[in-house]
Design a protein around this ligand. Structure first.
Ligand SMILES: [Zn+2]
Length: 348
């Protein structure tokens, strides 16, 4: 990381003519929390209910039975879904984003042995936000046992993208997402550990709702591609072609098989989202090196070269300028807005 001394004042850009670019990220963001449990797989779209209805919470640790209670405490910037904001942020084909949970999924009864013909997910607390509403208090969910279903498939059918999952443990032994469970198994689902290795270049691609986050990442010098009009197919294709980590709050998108590198962004406020991404991946930072508007590289530019784009007051008081090599936008550190520098200082 290149050390960077912040010039006093503010990072401003010259005003340019033309219509303002539309940015849907400025609208109030509504997170894609499940309506009633988002299930991606038709495998569990019908069937019977499993398990008993209610039980006194007890702790039983023998194989096939459940250890009740949370595995770990709350950590990080976990956002609990509010009841009022429980609608999905994105719309799409109904077959891709079913609104109703299938009858087959059911909150696991704490302390009750797993019923014959079923398996149980026991989910780490920081992943509870992905579960169907009725399972978010316990983190436990019973599913019909399907001998052909992989552990990863079961986890995603409960609404949890595998991008967010760390260790999987069944009957006390680690299992891979490709392994298959036995009837009455309890699958312990852990969250991915932080910092998470980037597993490739420190390049990101942001979903259409994350424009404000994209500008903040660029401000810190993190290569972040963003278009407010990119469709899901395009995002998946671009992430693969350019080897970028796709950042999204759409679980359906994050569950696409073709995605190799992707992550769910936690938080509704762009500053919280930024903290989440930085904490998770800890990418190298190089503040003030990228154009927040387009992500192009910034370079110093002579004052005379950009004088025609500047107000008289700026011309009089400012001496150092940068411009974007991609879009030509001119920037300088002004004197009226400390917010961006404050944000940069927070991470450098
Ligand atoms: Zn630019």
């Amino acid at each position: 990381m290149r050390p960077h001394r912040v010039v006093s004042g503010t990072w401003r850009k010259a005003r340019r003519g033309g219509p303002r670019r539309r940015d849907r990220s400025r609208r109030k963001l509504r997170l894609p929390w499940p309506q009633a449990g988002h299930v991606d797989s038709p495998r569990y779209s019908s069937g019977r209910q499993v398990g008993a209805k209610q039980a006194t919470p007890v702790q039983i640790t023998s194989t096939g039975l459940l250890v009740s209670g949370a595995l770990v405490g709350e950590a990080g910037t976990v956002v609990q879904p509010g009841s009022a904001g429980a609608s999905r942020a994105r719309t799409g084909p109904a077959e891709e984003r079913p609104r109703q949970a299938p009858a087959a999924t059911k909150a696991g009864p704490v302390g009750i042995p797993v019923a014959p013909g079923s398996v149980r997910l026991h989910v780490q607390r920081t992943l509870w936000l992905f579960l169907p509403r009725r399972a978010r208090d316990s983190g436990e969910l019973d599913l019909p046992h399907d001998p052909t279903a992989t552990a990863g498939h079961l986890v995603q059918s409960a609404g949890i993208p595998l991008t967010e999952v760390g260790d999987l443990v069944a009957a006390g032994a680690p299992v891979s997402p490709l392994s298959r469970l036995r009837e009455r198994d309890v699958l312990e689902v852990g969250v991915i550990s932080r910092p998470q290795p980037l597993d490739g270049p420190a390049r990101f691609l942001l979903d259409v709702h994350l424009g404000a986050l994209a500008r903040r990442l660029r401000l810190l010098g993190i290569d972040s591609a963003y278009s407010n009009e990119a469709g899901d197919d395009h995002l998946v294709e671009q992430a693969g072609r350019e080897d970028r980590v796709l950042l999204s709050q759409d679980r359906g998108l994050l569950m696409r098989r073709a995605l190799r590198r992707a992550a769910f962004v936690r938080g509704q406020d762009p500053d919280d989202q930024l903290a989440d991404v930085i904490e998770r991946f800890q990418p190298p930072l190089q503040p003030w090196s990228l154009c927040p508007a387009c992500g192009g590289a910034l370079a110093p530019v002579a004052k005379a070269q950009v004088a025609d784009q500047l107000e008289p007051g700026t011309l009089r008081t400012q001496q150092q300028f940068s411009h974007c090599r991609s879009c030509g936008q001119v920037y300088w550190h002004g004197a009226h807005d400390a917010r961006l520098q404050q944000l940069v200082r927070r991470y450098t």
